[in-house]
Design a protein around this ligand. Structure first.
Ligand code: ADP
Length: 367
């Protein structure tokens, strides 16, 4: 019997140690009786300091680590006093790590005044919620704008009481076509993005001659702007790379489109390929507004835009670079940005080159 009880205590101790949530138990004298390892890690409370610490002192120490001055200590105490009602409080910590924590108080029935607190890390859940609402606002804005214009021009053209001359009719139809393309592009991007996220992006690699892809993409970009000029710098020997030509064209188009869009005053756009023993590095450099250093990695996050409202007005969903990253990574390559605010941005990506050995069974030249 004694060994049975002992075993139960051991099991309970084990359970507390491996619990995914932090647990704090306060005895009927208002002092800490237990803080499991997860709570220590999550809340950054020094291991030796906590036992028998009065709960108010603990709350004050914790409140000092909060990300915002939210008057947290009295709110923690207020929850502790109402533990029977199982109150819940969400707060953000800046130390030991930036985290969003949800705390739930509960009364312990055995001893009057004793209570417990569960600390749950809800950072990821919050991020997902944030992303979802960003998705909704982007999608609804991006879908509505072209749709409103398509509908408006179609209704105008169909009016019985007005006769539009042919030039006006064509102009209205041109706008309808352009806006439909914009809609189509957004829907394609959303589908690509969901494939990237599910790890289901289909890539059909073959040996590809980049020279042609780069030239075609630059010609297309040049047709879209009158204020930019393009410089293409390719080595005389450019080995073939393993790539899905359709997908790499998509990456090139996206980077060139951004180079144009984010250098609104025009200027030079340089496309360069450099070769080493394993890979080709393609770079696209513009002379535009650049990117603040703290955002160089985040620009590849979906929906992220350095200057959200302003950028959306320029027409963009914040998906292009996230998709480009997914595509390049599916090619075992890397993509990154280097930029100096005010002096332009450089985007680079790598693709593995085709070794003669690889070609043994699969020598269909796409170049
Ligand atoms: P968007 O549809 O907004 O262009 P992207 O995913 O292509 O979406 O780019 C994400 C963000 O990265 C842009 O909103 C912009 O803030 C920034 N960005 C991308 N390319 C450039 C560039 N060449 N120069 C400066 N900022 C850029």
């Amino acid at each position: 019997m004694v060994s049975g009880a002992h075993a139960t205590i051991e099991l309970a101790r084990d359970a507390l140690t491996s619990l995914a949530d932090g647990l704090l138990l306060i005895d009927d004298g208002g002092k800490i009786a237990l803080l499991n390892p997860r709570a220590e890690a999550l809340l950054g409370v020094p291991e030796t300091a906590w036992l028998e610490m009065p709960d108010a002192e603990f709350y004050r120490a914790l409140a000092k680590q909060a990300a915002r001055a939210e008057n947290l200590a009295p709110r923690f105490e207020h929850c502790a006093q109402r533990a029977v009602e199982m109150p819940r409080l969400e707060f953000a910590l800046r130390a030991p790590q930036a985290r969003v924590i949800e705390a739930t108080w509960f009364a312990l029935r055995g001893a009057h005044g004793a209570y417990g607190v569960l600390w749950r890390d809800v950072t990821r859940v919050k991020e997902l919620e944030e992303m979802k609402s960003q998705l909704l606002s982007t999608v609804s804005h991006e879908l509505r704008t072209p749709l409103a214009s398509i509908k408006g021009f179609a209704t105008t053209l169909l009016r019985q009481d007005v006769r539009w001359d042919e030039a006006t009719q064509r102009e209205f139809l041109r706008i309808i076509e352009e806006e439909s393309n914009r809609l189509e592009e957004l829907i394609d991007n959303l589908l690509d993005m969901s494939q990237v996220e599910a790890g289901a992006l289909r890539i059909q690699k073959e040996p590809v001659q980049l020279r042609r892809l780069v030239r075609e993409a630059v010609e297309m970009a040049q047709r879209r702007t009158e204020t930019h000029w393009f410089v293409v710098d390719l080595p005389s020997e450019l080995p073939r790379v393993w790539a899905d030509p359709r997908r790499i064209r998509q990456v090139l188009n996206n980077l060139l489109e951004n180079a144009i869009k984010y250098s609104p005053d025009g200027g030079q756009i340089t496309v360069r390929c450099e070769v080493d023993s394993k890979r080709v590095t393609v770079s696209i450099a513009d002379q535009g507004q650049g990117i603040p250093p703290e955002y160089l990695e985040r620009v590849f996050d979906r929906f992220f835009q350095v200057d959200g409202a302003n950028t959306r007005r320029m027409g963009g969903s914040g998906l292009g670079l996230a998709i480009a990253k997914g595509i390049v990574q599916a090619h075992d390559g890397a993509i990154w940005a280097e930029a100096t605010p005010g002096q332009g941005s450089v985007f680079r990506f790598t693709l593995p080159i085709v070794k003669e050995l690889d070609l043994g069974q699969n020598d269909d030249d796409a170049g």
